[in-house]
Design a protein around this ligand. Structure first.
Ligand code: BGC
Length: 805
């Protein structure tokens, strides 16, 4: 142990005290030993340091900081160096704000396009997400502080996120849902990691020995700290045993006492606690050094320009019929759409940033060189129909050569804690588009949102630019792409299916009340669409440029693939060449192809470059559930170089010696997985894949509620008052939505409805303790008077004990 001597000087109570927060954002300190507290702050694409009022969901503004594009945007850059650069800037701002641990990046897989937090995540592909995350982490930590990669693991939906049990087979877990974390740990060398709220195969992620010990510590060699997601600790002792150093936020000392008691009772060995303390001290001291060094003043303008540049590299051109883009200066342009006036540039929830500067399209228009003949709002941002606005927009559109139509999703749709209900844009925007099309068919749509959309209207637009959530300078970046000052080079990091029903997890998202079954196995995103040749709207890895690229002369060697890339157009540009690998044997089921490398290359017009992509430990591996190890199957492998997953330009093959492991599956028992047609896998076949029986996924009627049941489960409570509470909440939600208070309605769902009973205590920093939660549960379970009495008794005990301190 690095801090053995110091630890020996601590009392048991002091050691235990370090294991949970001091308040909402700080860890505990021990003044007499010179141990200071750390400040932890979100997040993913900018700093959210709440110095005044703290809250979990971003209601109160944080101190201003640069709002970079969200991960869903940056992922389209496919540029690890760029990710590292953003990390450096994020880290510098964190140091300036005296933050030890920056809570990001968030790297969960985009299993389903409706997940409310997809805007904060990188991709449906673990390799791409992992590489970008490693870049962020290296950049953040180059400032001496810690990144905190999150949410470990398999947290791919917001619905009942604090209680849902993810049922997943080991191979899918390893190959799809953990690989990005593996890269973040091994290559990014993250100093800390946040455990997720959900259960994984029956055990809370934070207590899951298989995840936390077998894989994270023993296999990947992670030596940093594990921090719970806020309020995500279930059983503090189990969490500690699994290696969770820090429970956040404060529990008012309640769980520290549990730790002390567990050691006294012999349920927990003191050396387990000591090791956690040692690792936590390392995090405190190593990050504190960076904060002590100097106070760095942030050049706000410079950081804003960086945010602009990274957005420029991440914008994706999806359609460019008749080369409508870039817009020539001779064209008269009508600007329509609420998002042009007020940019939509980030998502909502804990990642929300209070930007230092905010560019809006209308304010930046003059500098873009595009000639605007006017602006019309066209639609109400929050969905209310308004024919007057449509009429006015059409009047303007009639006079223009080109209509720039700014559409997208509003800020209440993409939020933490809540999944989306559809993949469409609001109906009033579609109506506007249809109306404009009647008077002017030269429409360029600019989309603002951080997720995949259905686009049944796509044939009505000639140009389509996806700005995603492009951060505080995004509006200007988009204009620079429209004008041709910037040649677009982003490519999609997720597939756009034609309709939601095509999604591989469609039948199993967001699961039932108790669990969500990942019956589609490893067939996520393009892995599924490609394997079964399902037509999609835009494939993974797709994006256009104002120039064209030609691929030739592929050469495959043992360690790498090389090829020529020529810019065959008339302007300089960047191309993202993608390496996909497919195994020719069909002994073990697999997707047709999987991304195993990529290169982003800048090439001048007419120039040719030789590109080399190296193979690595992940190129040919698969996880064998029989040997419980990564293995390589002896086979011929197809090496494909593509401009997207569906646009393979060069193919060659290579024979790879295998590791000789026994075959893991009985093919006859897994017909859907061997064919890739996994949309309707029945329970029996899924159990064959899992190798065991699957627990019942639904709640029973009338049941006794416990700590881990959510408030929404009061619907089934025995106690009538609890059921009443449930129906009042449902009514309130309906009412708030009806009167247009969507933000409040969302907050209700995210912070009350889906909160487990234990969360009432874990989230209130000691205002409500677990004994009081017992009282609440008694009420819910039909013992109204005893419950109320217990609640009052425990509250007064708590108040008395606080007063006596
Ligand atoms: C989120 C985390 C975030 C934390 C602190 C949680 O609700 O899931 O991503 O870092 O709150 O704000």
């Amino acid at each position: 142990m690095k801090y053995k001597e110091l630890i020996e000087k601590m009392t048991l109570e002091e050691k235990a005290s370090l294991m949970s927060g001091k308040d909402y954002w700080k860890s505990n300190d021990i003044e007499r030993l010179g141990i200071s507290s750390m400040f932890l702050a979100d997040g993913s694409h900018g700093i959210r340091k709440q110095t005044k009022s703290s809250d979990k969901i971003g209601l109160n503004k944080g101190d201003p900081s640069t709002c970079f594009p969200t991960a869903a945007t940056i992922s389209n850059s496919w540029n690890e160096e760029l990710a590292e650069r953003i990390g450096e800037y994020l880290g510098a701002e964190a140091v300036a704000q005296k933050i030890n641990v920056l809570l990001g990046p968030a790297i969960n897989m985009k299993r389903n396009p409706l997940c409310g937090r997809n805007f904060e995540y990188f991709s449906e592909d673990p390799y791409l997400a992992g590489k970008l995350a490693a870049g962020y982490i290296r950049g953040i930590q180059s400032n001496g502080i810690s990144a905190c990669v999150k949410h470990f693991a398999v947290n791919n939906q917001e619905e009942r996120r604090m209680a849902i049990d993810t049922i997943i087979d080991e191979r899918t877990l390893r190959e799809i849902y953990l690989t990005a974390f593996e890269i973040a740990v091994k290559e990014g060398k993250t100093k800390s990691l946040m455990s997720s709220y959900n259960k994984v195969n029956g055990t809370y992620a934070n207590e899951n020995m298989h995840l936390m010990r077998d894989i994270l510590r023993n296999e990947w060699g992670f030596e940093g700290c594990v921090i719970t997601d806020w309020g995500g600790s279930n059983d503090r002792i189990e969490g500690l045993i699994a290696g969770n150093e820090l429970e956040m936020p404060s529990t008012g000392g309640e769980t520290n006492k549990e730790i002390v008691q567990a050691i006294k009772d012999g349920k927990l060995k003191e050396e387990v606690l000591d090791k956690c303390v040692d690792r936590l001290l390392d995090l405190i001291f190593s990050t504190e050094e960076a904060l002590n060094e100097s106070y760095t003043n942030i050049d706000v303008e410079r950081h804003h320009r960086v945010a602009q540049r990274v957005a420029e590299e991440s914008i994706v051109l999806l359609k460019n019929e008749d080369n409508i883009l870039p817009i020539r200066p001779s064209k008269k342009v009508a600007v329509v759409g609420d998002f042009a006036k007020e940019a939509r540039y980030q998502g909502a929830g804990s990642s929300i940033v209070n930007p230092t500067i905010l560019d809006n399209t209308l304010d930046c228009f003059e500098q873009s060189g595009i000639v605007s003949i006017g602006y019309e709002q066209g639609f109400n941002r929050y969905g209310k129909r308004d024919s007057k606005k449509v009429e006015k927009a059409c009047e303007l559109a009639k006079k223009a050569d080109v209509v720039l139509l700014y559409i997208g999703l509003d800020e209440y749709v993409e939020v933490e804690g809540l999944d989306r209900s559809t993949m469409g844009i609001p109906e009033n925007q579609v109506e506007l588009l249809n109306a404009i099309y009647e008077v002017n068919q030269n429409i360029v749509a600019i989309i603002s949102c951080g997720c995949a959309l259905e686009m049944p209207w796509i044939n009505k637009v000639k140009g389509l630019l996806h700005g995603h959530l492009a951060g505080q300078a995004g509006a200007r970046s988009i204009l620079r792409v429209l004008s041709g000052d910037v040649n677009p080079s982003g490519k999609l990091a997720e597939t756009y299916p034609i309709k939601y029903e095509d999604t591989p997890s469609y039948n199993n998202f967001p699961g039932k009340e108790v669990s969500v079954e990942y019956r589609e196995g490893p067939y996520i995103g393009y892995r599924y669409y490609d394997t079964v040749d399902k037509k999609v709207l835009f494939p993974f890895g797709y994006g256009l440029s104002y120039t064209t690229f030609e691929y030739s002369d592929i050469e495959v060697k043992e360690d790498a693939v090389s090829f020529n890339l020529k810019n065959s157009g008339s302007v300089a540009g960047m191309e993202i060449a993608q390496l996909y690998v497919g195994c020719k044997s069909n002994k073990i089921f697999r997707p047709k192809k999987e991304l195993k490398g990529f290169a982003k290359v800048f090439i001048n017009a007419g120039e040719t470059k030789r590109v080399k992509i190296y193979f690595d430990d992940k190129t040919f591996r698969y996880f064998n559930v029989k040997t419980n190890k990564w293995e390589v199957e002896a086979s011929e492998y197809e090496i494909m170089i593509g401009a997207s997953s569906a646009d393979i330009r060069l193919v060659d093959s290579i024979y790879i010696e295998g590791t000789g492991a026994e075959l893991p599956y009985d093919k006859d028992k897994l017909p859907s997985y061997y064919s890739g047609r996994i949309c309707n896998v029945n329970l029996g076949e899924f159990e064959n894949l899992m190798g065991r029986k699957i627990p019942v996924s639904t709640w029973s009627r009338r049941q006794t509620l416990g700590y881990n049941d959510t408030i929404a489960q009061c619907k089934y409570a025995i106690g009538i008052p609890a059921r009443l509470v449930y129906y009042i909440m449902v009514f309130m939600h309906w009412f708030l939505t009806k009167i247009g208070e969507r933000s409040k309605a969302n907050i209700m769902v995210m912070s009350i409805f889906n909160l487990p009973f234990r969360g009432v205590s874990r989230m209130t920093g000691g205002v409500v303790n677990m004994a009081m939660v017992d009282g609440m549960l008694m009420i819910a379970n039909g013992h109204f008077f005893n419950g109320v009495a217990k609640l009052i008794r425990e509250k007064s005990k708590l108040v008395r004990s606080k007063r006596s301190k």
